[in-house]
Design a protein around this ligand. Structure first.
Ligand SMILES: [Zn+2]
Length: 262
């Protein structure tokens, strides 16, 4: 949730029998926590955060399986892009080609990888030391495999790169997607930068059920760069200069997001 920044967790099949919440002044990210019994068997926890942006959280059971543990990530100590761990996912790959170009038959999987590699280069050139790529070749990777790799790497944020496609060739433009409202700001600053490329606005799409936006562990955004199914978008997508320009805009979008948070 945003304004104020908080995490809300519904736990189903649970009725509270406690009157005890310990709050710690030493907690670095958590300002306040409370719960309410919203239905007879639904308990809702609220965790109010100290910072306007939440950096992710994870839910696990302890080893005995008796306690639910909610781990809230702290905001990075140094809010500088150089210090962030940034993950990039090039959509599709291997036996999953994704969409294909209207006239060129260009495969989405090839162009998402080209753009992802440009983004990796751009970030490295800008001094970002830790960049993680889910793939650097034409690899077949399932969504669960990607999620497992990402959770293992534990990034500060993830950008997924795809190319869009529609049934009618007049649909065009750039768009970004988020699943949870708390991660919307990153998708907005990236979209704002993408729009300076002169692409049409397809929009900022929320509540989007994309597998890699499912994890709550780190802020993430999906970028659907442009439409392979539209002639003018397709022409741009085929141009290597455009890949560099897109990479630059995504980088600037991440930088804008960080600036907003300072
Ligand atoms: Zn795709």
């Amino acid at each position: 949730m945003i304004d104020p920044s908080r995490i809300a967790i519904d736990i189903f099949g649970v009725t509270s029998n406690t009157n005890w919440i310990t709050q710690l002044k030493s907690a670095k990210e958590i300002r306040n926590t409370w719960y309410e019994q919203v239905e007879d068997d639904v308990l809702r926890f609220y965790i109010e955060l100290r910072h306007p942006q939440h950096w992710g959280y994870g839910l696990t059971y302890d080893s005995a399986g008796k306690r639910l543990v909610i781990r809230v990530k702290r905001q990075p100590a140094v809010m500088d892009i150089h210090h962030l761990r940034i993950a990039i996912d090039a959509g599709h790959g291997g036996d999953n080609s994704g969409a294909s170009g209207l006239t060129s038959k260009a495969l989405e999987k090839e162009y998402t990888l080209l753009i992802a590699k440009e983004l990796q280069k751009t970030l490295k050139r800008a001094g970002v030391r830790q960049v993680f790529m889910t793939r650097t070749k034409d690899t077949s990777l399932s969504m669960p495999e990607r999620i497992e790799m990402l959770k293992e790497y534990n990034p500060d944020l993830l950008v997924s790169i795809h190319l869009n496609s529609a049934a009618t060739d007049t649909v065009q433009g750039t768009s970004t997607y988020y699943r949870y409202i708390g991660f919307r700001p990153l998708s907005m600053t990236i979209l704002n930068q993408m729009l300076t490329l002169g692409l049409k606005e397809y929009g900022n799409v929320g509540n989007f059920n994309f597998a890699l936006s499912g994890p709550t562990d780190y802020p993430n955004a999906l970028v659907e760069v442009a439409f392979l199914s539209n002639p003018s978008d397709e022409k741009r997508i085929l141009n290597p200069k455009f890949h560099k320009a897109v990479a630059q805009k995504i980088y600037l979008g991440i930088a804008d997001w960080l600036k907003q948070l300072k």
